[in-house]
Design a protein around this ligand. Structure first.
Ligand SMILES: NC(=O)c1ccc[n+]([C@@H]2O[C@H](COP(=O)([O-])OP(=O)(O)OC[C@H]3O[C@@H](n4cnc5c(N)ncnc54)[C@H](O)[C@@H]3O)[C@@H](O)[C@H]2O)c1
Ligand SMILES: O=c1ccn([C@@H]2O[C@H](COP(=O)(O)OP(=O)(O)O[C@H]3O[C@H](CO)[C@@H](O)[C@H](O)[C@H]3O)[C@@H](O)[C@H]2O)c(=O)[nH]1
Length: 326
């Protein structure tokens, strides 16, 4: 299939592009490189530089690529940033997505796979979390993703664009070539690994007074290879709707640090900090729907192998990808 990957120079987009190319798809990456890296784009894919906030650039990219489907990763992603400076999140995530859908309708492109998030649910009313839970986001970031889902639902109903919403839990891990290089980095696993890399002295644990066995927050860590595979499965005609993507296993912050100590052989000192605003106690996915309808089966579910894959990548890329445009 001819697939356009918006945000394909970013963390999850880079690995999805790599796996789409491996599977024989014809891939074009559309990215403004504001937060991604030129070096993260698989050389088998065509690169079209453009910005979703500039509609003419996405219109031209759809024409040039002849895309039959779009996988849409392009967004601002950081919850904390969204609560300090909200409006750019609506501009980039919501207006950008609206421009993309308008261009798709105009170009007659009938399939969209959208990166959504478990942050659209807010504090969940049951655990594990399935897709029937009410969506009550507690951050601007989560709200921006929910607004996109709503726009896309109406576009599906009225214009017949098949839309799939993949609601990820905590994305992590790496392939041999592509890994995580956010700046600033806020995610737990890459921050922990900066300690054995000699780039930070210790890791801070944000609160140990949560209602969990060791007092630290519990998350469902999912390998980006498994996330990428779900996107490829969702390309199949006839698939639409929302799917939660996680392993269904919860690990506490302390457990993740312990696994990283085992994997790296480094003591990784940890200190306690107060709770980080907006963190939920526990987020664990019920991904039965993805397994049943997409035929999705996570293959890298073991936290040790996830952390190992990230550790291998960071050791071979201690400064990440370097310059964004090279
Ligand atoms: N990382 C996670 O744990 C996680 C969890 C849930 C959902 N998500 C979602 O998955 C998607 C990808 O996340 P990621 O970690 O790979 O993020 P990322 O920041 O690494 O990648 C996003 C890419 O989109 C590009 N981009 C942003 N705005 C753009 C625009 N207006 N026009 C063109 N390109 C633009 C950036 O340059 C970057 O390359 C995001 O939509 C994010 O909200 C991520
Ligand atoms: O230095 C750190 C960094 C994080 N944490 C904790 O580690 C856990 C995981 O944090 P992080 O890796 O920042 O992920 P989340 O805050 O869970 O958010 C991620 O996962 C969400 C889905 O669960 C996505 O929507 C977000 O985009 C993505 O950033 C949380 O309990 C944090 O409080 C620490 O204790 N110390």
């Amino acid at each position: 299939m001819k697939v356009l990957v918006a945000g394909g120079a970013g963390y999850i987009g880079s690995v999805t592009t790599e796996m789409l190319c491996d599977a024989g798809h014809e891939v074009s990456v559309f990215d403004n490189l504001e937060r991604g890296h030129r070096a993260a784009i698989d050389p088998r894919a065509q690169f079209i530089q453009g910005d979703l906030r500039r509609p003419e650039t996405i219109e031209a990219a759809l024409k040039e690529s002849g895309a039959e489907a779009v996988i849409h990763f392009a967004a601002y992603i950081e919850v904390g940033e969204s609560m300090r400076d909200p409006l750019p999140f609506f501009e980039n995530n919501v207006s950008g997505s609206l421009n993309l859908m308008k261009a798709m309708v105009a170009a007659g492109c009938k399939k969209l796979i959208f990166s959504s998030t478990c942050a659209t649910y807010g504090t969940p009313e049951k655990m594990p979390m399935d897709e029937t839970l009410p969506q009550k986001p507690e951050s601007v970031y989560g709200e921006s993703k929910l607004l996109c889902e709503k726009i896309f639902q109406w576009a599906e109903q009225i214009h017949g664009v098949e839309c799939v919403f993949l609601r990820y839990f905590n994305a992590c891990g790496a392939t041999e070539k592509y890994g995580e290089d956010h700046s600033p980095e806020t995610h737990l696993i890459p921050l922990i690994l900066q300690v054995p890399l000699g780039q930070r002295e210790k890791i801070f644990i944000f609160g140990d007074d949560y209602d969990t066995p060791d007092g630290t927050c519990i998350r469902d860590y999912i390998h980006i290879r498994d996330l990428a595979q779900a996107h490829i499965l969702a390309l199949k005609p006839g698939i639409s709707g929302a799917f939660n993507l996680g392993n269904g296993d919860g690990y506490s912050v302390k457990e993740v640090i312990d696994v990283a100590r085992e994997v790296t052989g480094h003591p990784i000192p940890a200190d306690l900090e107060p709770r980080r605003a907006g963190d939920c106690t526990r987020l664990i996915s019920d991904s039965a729907k993805a397994r049943e309808i997409l035929g999705w089966k996570p293959e890298y579910a073991d936290l040790r192998s996830i952390v190992e894959s990230a550790w291998n990548w960071h050791q071979s890329h201690p400064a990440g990808y370097g310059d964004r445009s090279e």
